[in-house]
Ligand binder design. Structure first.
Ligand SMILES: [Fe+2]
Ligand SMILES: [Fe+2]
Length: 190
């Protein structure tokens, strides 16, 4: 008999992977400041990881499978925490990525001053996500575990498992783990 996946535990594990990419973003920004040069392909891969893995894969599960249930069944405190906190921060992260992409394009087209906007948005995203993840690990997820009943939590686990299997067929988790490791080998000093 296979054991049931624990959706919240999985989300905490995904945070560890996402935080590793935040370190890559920070180091790549520092390297850009030091050298004045930008590796556009690497930044494009970082943005793709953020959008496809951190946002679509991870925030996708949060928004579609957990936060929606917290809003519906967790009471007013949960609703406030999710709609005025977590969802707003997910959106702010998307804005940073759009601005980062815009600045990269401008830089590539010869506007060298855009390096300021590249670094500002990349690093601001890392600050935002570190705070966001700490809040989820320390407050939001424990709140969900306390306030939702066992049957609902088990339902969320089942939906997370199905979500994971579907992504696994497309190779999402394996692909982005490889992308992370490749960028770490370039930007993280051992
Ligand atoms: Fe989140
Ligand atoms: Fe999260």
């Amino acid at each position: 008999m296979s054991t049931q996946l624990n959706g919240i535990k999985l989300m905490v594990e995904e945070h560890v992977l996402i935080k590793r990419m935040l370190k890559v973003l920070r180091n790549a920004s520092y390297m850009a400041i030091q050298t004045g040069g930008i590796n556009y392909d690497d930044f494009a891969e970082m943005i793709d990881f953020v959008r496809s893995y951190a946002d679509r894969h991870h925030h996708g599960k949060e928004e579609l499978l957990l936060f929606n249930e917290m809003v519906a069944h967790g009471g007013p405190a949960a609703e406030k925490l999710v709609t005025h906190g977590m969802l707003v921060e997910h959106d702010l992260g998307r804005l940073h990525m759009a601005e980062l992409e815009k600045a990269l394009k401008a830089h590539q087209e010869g506007d060298l001053e855009s390096i300021v906007d590249i670094v500002a948005n990349a690093v601001s995203y890392t600050h935002l996500l570190h705070r966001h993840i700490d809040k989820e690990d320390g407050v939001v997820y424990p709140f969900a575990e306390r306030s939702l009943d066992a049957a609902l939590l088990s339902e969320i686990d089942k939906k997370c498992e199905a979500f994971e299997k579907e992504a696994d067929v497309k190779g999402i988790q394996a692909h982005f783990t490889l992308v992370l490791e490749k960028l770490e080998s370039k930007y993280i000093m051992k």
